[in-house]
Design a protein around this ligand. Structure first.
Ligand SMILES: C[S@@+](CC[C@H](N)C(=O)[O-])C[C@H]1O[C@@H](n2cnc3c(N)ncnc32)[C@H](O)[C@@H]1O
Length: 346
């Protein structure tokens, strides 16, 4: 083969790879867009209601620990705006939510506009693939942010190195020095350990399943190829789409290249045990009810607790100290977001 034919083939392969990656991102977006808002009754009868409440408790604790009154918050992969009320309780000054799924952004708009909730902060919503698009210019008037959050979604960036880098460059360029990047995502150590313990390439329980394809028959993963390790994840009443393994050491070293230093990494089980020791968080747990009151089976099931073990909490801090005046104490008031005000970036 001539060298130009080789180059052409190389470019064709690259194009096919980019197409595949975009297709996978679209698949994820369509999956989440199609999930409609549930009524209160539907939510309460979910087979994973206690796990959902536990996830909300974990996110609430993280927000209470790292978000201060008046902070400006960037919520990457904000979904249907499920954390808006948590940020209202934290009395944030400004909020920007970004998500790839247009249906979810529309639900977030509805939730934000709901007058009964009386949210107290101004917000913007953007529909974009935040692992593909540069957000720095678009958000130059909103930045710097005091806190960036990415809940249950950073692993969707891990299909390629370019996307993972885009995630960190967006976070790092928009956070102020000393600002925090907080989040939750699957714990690759647990996922791989359970894979090795399983008979085949699939495992799970009544509420979740994880399936790797035949190319992982050896159950070995090379440190030199940390991106694009795909599996299929199904969580009852929540997720049914491709996801990517995120080797945490690689995540940490990539974060360092973007001036983000690790503050905390804890598996959900460890996080729950540790923060339940604090009376205020114990009280919040009782209020949100994830552990139930122990009567009539009203308690997180073993299968849900096992599913919680699949996740971890992370906190990074942007290096450097911000002068006090640089903290963004913006307190403008709530005003509705019109549909045409949602920015769509392709
Ligand atoms: C499990 S949901 C979590 C939603 C929200 N953060 C929460 O905690 O309720 C994952 C979210 O990630 C979003 N997402 C996945 N890939 C994305 C991408 N490339 N850019 C922006 N959002 C993405 C999905 O649309 C979905 O809303």
């Amino acid at each position: 083969m001539s060298s130009s034919a080789g180059r052409k083939r190389g470019r064709e392969d690259d194009d096919a790879f980019v197409d595949e990656t975009r297709k996978a991102a679209r698949h994820v977006a369509e999956h989440y867009s199609a999930r409609s808002n549930q009524s209160r009754e539907e939510r309460e009868s979910s087979p994973i209601i206690h796990l959902k409440k536990l996830n909300n408790w974990i996110k609430s604790v993280l927000i209470k620990l790292y978000v201060q009154r008046g902070d400006s918050v960037l919520d990457l992969a904000c979904g249907k705006g499920g954390d808006l009320i948590k940020y209202d309780k934290a009395m944030v000054g400004h909020y920007v939510g970004v998500d790839i799924a247009s249906g979810s952004i529309e639900d977030a708009r509805t939730r934000y506009n709901n007058r009964r909730q009386r949210l107290s902060f101004p917000a913007r919503l953007i529909c974009a693939d935040c692992y593909e698009v540069s957000l720095e210019k678009v958000l130059k008037d909103d930045a710097p942010f005091d806190v960036c959050s990415c809940q249950f979604a950073l692993h969707y960036s891990w299909s390629t190195e370019e996307r993972a880098r885009k995630a960190f460059s967006n976070v790092s360029s928009l956070l102020r020095p000393g600002g925090y990047f907080i989040g939750t995502m699957p714990d690759s150590n647990v996922i791989v350990r359970k894979l090795r313990e399983a008979d085949g390439l699939q495992y799970g329980n009544n509420v979740y399943s994880i399936k790797f394809d035949d190319s992982f028959i050896e159950k070995q993963f090379q440190a030199s190829k940390p991106f694009g390790i795909q599996y299929h994840f199904k969580l009852e009443d929540a997720v049914d789409c491709p996801e990517w393994l995120v080797p945490f050491l690689k995540l940490k070293s990539l974060a360092e290249q973007y001036n983000l230093e690790l503050v905390m990494k804890k598996n959900f089980h460890e996080f729950v045990h540790e923060y339940l020791q604090q009376p205020n968080f114990d009280e919040l747990m009782r209020k949100l009810g994830p552990l139930g009151d122990g009567t009539n089976g009203d308690c997180i099931s073993e299968d849900e607790w096992d599913a919680a073990y699949l996740y971890l909490v992370f906190v990074f801090r942007k290096t450097g100290e911000a002068p006090i005046h640089q903290r963004t104490m913006r307190r403008r008031s709530w005003t509705t977001i019109k549909q045409e005000e949602i920015l769509h970036l392709s």
